[in-house]
Design a protein around this ligand. Structure first.
Ligand SMILES: NC(=O)c1ccc[n+]([C@@H]2O[C@H](COP(=O)([O-])OP(=O)(O)OC[C@H]3O[C@@H](n4cnc5c(N)ncnc54)[C@H](O)[C@@H]3O)[C@@H](O)[C@H]2O)c1
Length: 393
């Protein structure tokens, strides 16, 4: 038997005899058909990669409903999950990222797809693109990472947001800002509704992030009132899930990494302070609903299920089947004592509430971190001090 290139199964070149050789035209037609089939397959799904081994199918939207969507910070933890959803829904997605905390591996499974583009770009510099919607997520979210270069963090939230608002104004795109519960600072109202103005230390170690996001919100509403830019503002509460940076330094990743390696679980303070944690899929649903709904005032997106840090550490240790000890270290400066989302607005205005329980989310996140620990051999979790994000692109 010969294949189409005239190559025999044992690898030797063969001469076609005129009776059995497929003619050139037929061979080309078959090759073209295969090529088209391959391209169609590539345009209908993600490619399995070590980081994202499962296949994500993409629907084919009619031109009229397919949007061109920019995701800044799309190679980061939240951004890459949002990209997965937008791609699966059949949109064209452009990711802008400077890879400060993001990783190419987070979006590598889309690089071949005709609806996807990845641009290495810093949002503190202007850029012109034709897009219909902008999800503006670019900004490090973990305290040790955003404190590593506080001036850059401020530039990212201020100049970066001005640049994206300028783009939105110019191309008439709707823009959603990933704001944060950190704008409430160390809240004196509990849980926090959007009407609460916050309690932020303007010169504290977290101010580069908190105040940066506060002024980013201010800029959003200035562009709305002055330039009619269509805006959406999501105040995101603590979020966790696969693709979190292993050196994120916050409790979810640290407790899991410490538990998986049977190392001491470190709690800063006495562990009686509380946090609420939402799974990343819930957040992505909320962001998409907010973007495509009509409500343009700030909306809290978080899971109100509240835990003391002590209970959370014990839960993670138990779920990992770990022998880790819990140890207590001095409290971190300006760390809020309580944080819990009031999600009345999200329920009423965008019909959103979380559906993934913390336990379900933790199971998936623990699986992800098992892979990260195995691949790295050992991971030494980041403490509360400012640190440059480690790890490959
Ligand atoms: N994860 C959370 O719990 C949480 C909570 C509240 C708000 N948020 C907000 O959500 C967004 C995404 O957070 P995340 O957890 O995915 O963080 P992340 O650090 O994983 O992602 C941020 C992404 O932005 C990129 N980036 C940073 N500075 C940039 C710049 N100047 N130009 C271009 N790209 C830049 C990073 O490389 C990274 O890919 C952030 O804006 C964050 O403030 C996150």
């Amino acid at each position: 038997m010969s294949d189409l290139d005239g190559q025999s199964s044992n690898g030797h070149k063969q001469r076609w005899n005129s009776a059995s050789a497929p003619d050139d035209h037929e061979a080309k037609r078959i090759r073209l058909e295969r090529f088209v089939a391959d391209q169609q397959l590539l345009a209908s799904q993600s490619i399995p990669t070590p980081h994202t081994p499962h296949v994500i199918n993409t629907v084919r939207l009619p031109d009229a409903s397919r949007k061109k969507i920019l995701v800044t910070g799309g190679a980061g933890f939240v951004g890459s999950h949002l990209v997965d959803r937008l791609m699966a829904d059949g949109h064209e997605v452009v990711v802008l990222d400077n890879f400060f905390t993001g990783r190419k591996a987070n979006v590598e499974h889309w690089l071949h797809h005709p609806n996807f583009s990845l641009v290495r770009h810093d949002v503190t510099l202007p850029i012109l693109l034709e897009v219909d919607q902008i999800y503006h997520l670019a900004c490090p979210a973990s305290p040790p990472h955003y404190q590593y270069n506080p001036v850059k963090t401020i530039k990212t939230s201020t100049m970066g947001t001005i640049n994206m608002l300028g783009l939105a104004k110019r191309v008439k795109a709707r823009i959603l800002l990933a704001s944060t519960s950190e704008i409430y600072g160390d809240p004196t109202v509990h849980p926090q509704p959007e009407s609460y103005w916050g309690n932020v230390n303007t010169i504290g170690v977290r101010a580069c992030y908190d105040e940066g996001k506060r002024v980013a919100e201010t800029m959003m509403y200035a562009y709305k009132s002055q330039n009619n830019v269509e805006i959406r503002v999501a105040r995101i509460f603590n979020t966790f899930g696969p693709r979190m940076h292993p050196n994120d330094g916050r409790v979810v990743s640290n407790f899991i990494i410490q538990s998986l390696q049977n190392k001491d679980i470190t709690i800063y303070g006495d562990g009686t302070y509380t946090r609420s944690f939402q799974y990343v899929d819930d957040l992505v649903n909320g962001l998409i609903k907010l973007m495509n709904g009509n409500y343009d005032m700030p909306v809290n997106i978080g899971n109100p299920d509240e835990y003391t840090i002590n209970d959370f550490a014990t839960k993670i240790r138990d779920m990992c089947g770990s022998k880790s000890e819990i140890v207590y270290l001095p409290k971190v400066a300006d760390d809020p004592t309580q944080r819990k989302a009031d999600i009345t607005t999200a329920k009423r205005e965008i019909d959103w509430e979380p559906t993934v329980t913390v336990d379900e989310g933790l199971k998936k996140t623990i699986e992800y971190f098992k892979g990260e620990v195995e691949a790295a051999g050992e991971i030494i979790p980041t403490g509360p001090d400012a640190v440059k994000p480690k790890g490959g692109k």
